[in-house]
Structure formats: structure tokens, C-alpha cells
Design a protein around this ligand. Structure first.
Ligand SMILES: NC(=O)c1ccc[n+]([C@@H]2O[C@H](COP(=O)([O-])OP(=O)(O)OC[C@H]3O[C@@H](n4cnc5c(N)ncnc54)[C@H](OP(=O)(O)O)[C@@H]3O)[C@@H](O)[C@H]2O)c1
Length: 260
């Protein structure tokens, strides 16, 4: 019997797209069980941050696709996962990180950099791609910002949004190949100011808001203004933000982006 591929975070935005692309393979999805399970796919409940259930989830697994992530604890999660993967003789771990992981002075980025270091030191063969923010996340953030009567316009804050579907394609290609270490960053075709993303998302709904320029304080502000969260050169996705917005209008409405 072919051993299952373990997909952590298989219930998330990116994870669901990866699960769909690997539907012909035996899969096991690891999550905390907080979201709707995926029909026809083996599910295991574990918490990567506390480590509960992780060893059991790895039983009989040869390939792990690590996509679980959250605002806090991705460093602990990586340590628990990689320790269990090593003990279970896993042959290949494919993981996602974020562009700027080693440069941005913010906890989320630092935790992702710890993940990268844990992976490299784990003794398990690995592949890793850093990605920019997904279109889906940007749309979600834009929706939240647009609820404010006046939208803050953080000066110098820029993004290179990329289609989660294209990141999923990259992850699947890595998982079906041999371990290659870190590959080129994935970003979208265009760099946008934060306010531009909100403005265009609003315009797609026929709405407008007033914007108020604000300065992001401190070290984080300096890092964003210096573009340390951006990547050049990198692998560029093909779907633009504007195409994503147009597609989200025609398929699901602007509240949530399209997946394919
Ligand atoms: N979104 C972006 O723009 C972006 C950009 C670059 C990199 N990334 C990275 O790409 C990955 C996927 O992002 P996404 O936006 O698809 O995430 P998402 O939709 O928020 O989904 C997160 C997934 O992680 C699981 N998870 C969270 N905490 C967990 C824990 N302690 N133990 C086990 N499972 C846990 C969640 O499942 P349950 O809630 O059911 O446990 C869910 O399946 C993340 O690692 C993220 O950091 C995202």
C-alpha cells in the first residue's frame, strides 16, 4: 500500500488547493479539527504548537507537506513536526515560508525564519518556498479595512500579492519531486501600495473611501519602507490582483476570493 502524504494545514486556504491537486494520491490531513473536514480524505487531529497528537499523525508517512500556520507559534510547530518526522523516517518535507522571513523584525516573520532553520537542521531531506501574501489574504484584509469610515494608508507599505492557486501548483510540483532545498521566492507580477490594494478592491464593488496617510512607527515601519518584505528577483505568478478581483466578482462575490 502506498504510504499517505501528510498535509498539515490541509483545511486552510492554500492547503485545500493542494489537497485538491493531489486527490489521486493517498493523503492524510492534519489540523486541530476546527474547520469542516474534507470529504473523502483521511483526517487526523493534532496541535502542532503544543505537539499533541503529532507523533501519531506521522505514523507510516514518507512525505510531509507542511502548510499549517498561524499568527503565533510557527517556530514551535516546526520543531514538533520535524522531530516527529525524523523519528518516523520521513523522506521529504515540503514547507512554505514567507518572503522576508530572515529580514523583517516582526514575530510572525521571525517564527517562519525559525521554521526554515529547524527544517535545514532537521536531518530530514526538504524543499521550501517562500511566498508573498496571497490574493485571498489581501482581499480579506481589504474587506476589513473597508469597514472603517476612513481607511489608514500606511506610507511605504507595499505587497506583491500572488494567487494561492499558483503557490499550490508550486508546492505540489515540489512534493512530487526530489528534495531540492530552498527554491526561488514566489511573488505576484506587480507590487502595490497597501492603499492601492484596498482602493482597487473597493472599486471592484463600486465603492470608495477616504484614505488617511499614516506612518508605521519603529523598526517594523523602517523595514517595510525599505521593502524588506519584498522579493526581487523571484518566480512571478501569472494572475494579477486585478484579474483576481474580476474573477472573484464573477464567481463568488468579493467577500471571498476564488479558488481553483
Ligand atoms: N496567507 C498568505 O498570504 C501567506 C503568505 C505566505 C505564506 N503563508 C503561509 O502559508 C501557509 C498557509 O496559509 P493559509 O493562508 O492557507 O492559512 P490558513 O487559511 O489560515 O490555514 C491555516 C491552516 O493551519 C492549520 N493550523 C493552524 N494552527 C495549527 C496548529 N497549531 N496545529 C495544527 N494545524 C494548525 C489550520 O487548521 P485548523 O484551524 O483546523 O487547525 C489551517 O488548516 C501558512 O503557513 C502561512 O503562514 C501564507
Amino acid at each position: 500500500m502506498t504510504p499517505p502524504t501528510l498535509i498539515t494545514g490541509g483545511t486552510g486556504t492554500l492547503g485545500k488547493l493542494v489537497v485538491r491537486r493531489l486527490a489521486d494520491h493517498p493523503l492524510r490531513v492534519l489540523s486541530r479539527g476546527r474547520r469542516a473536514p474534507i470529504a473523502g480524505v483521511e483526517q487526523v487531529t493534532a496541535d502542532l504548537v503544543t505537539g499533541k497528537g503529532v507523533t501519531e499523525a506521522l505514523a507510516g508517512v514518507r512525505t510531509v507537506i507542511h502548510l499549517a500556520g498561524g499568527p503565533k507559534g510557527d517556530d514551535f510547530a516546526a520543531r514538533h513536526l520535524l522531530k516527529a518526522a525524523r523519528a518516523a523516517d520521513v523522506e521529504h518535507v515540503v514547507a512554505i515560508s514567507i518572503v522576508g522571513a530572515d529580514r523583517m523584525p516582526l514575530g510572525y516573520f521571525r517564527a517562519k525564519h525559525e521554521l526554515e532553520k529547524t527544517l535545514a537542521a532537521s536531518g530530514v531531506a526538504w524543499s521550501l518556498v517562500r511566498s508573498a501574501q496571497f490574493h485571498e489574504l489581501c482581499l480579506d484584509l481589504a474587506g476589513k479595512m473597508a469597514k472603517l469610515p476612513i481607511v489608514p494608508d500606511p506610507q511605504g507599505l507595499r505587497f506583491q500579492p500572488v494567487a494561492a492557486a499558483e503557490v499550490a501548483d508550486r508546492i505540489v510540483a515540489l512534493a512530487l519531486g526530489h528534495p531540492v532545498g530552498r527554491v526561488g521566492d514566489m511573488v505576484g507580477r506587480t507590487t502595490y501600495g497597501a492603499a492601492e490594494l484596498v482602493r482597487t478592491a473597493l472599486a471592484a464593488r463600486g465603492k470608495r473611501r477616504l484614505f488617511l496617510p499614516v506612518r508605521i512607527p519603529g523598526e517594523a515601519g523602517r523595514a517595510y519602507r525599505a521593502g524588506l518584505n519584498l522579493s526581487q528577483p523571484a518566480i512571478r505568478g501569472t494572475q494579477t490582483w486585478e484579474e483576481f478581483l474580476a474573477r472573484s466578482q464573477t464567481t463568488t462575490g468579493v467577500a471571498s476570493g476564488p479558488s481553483r
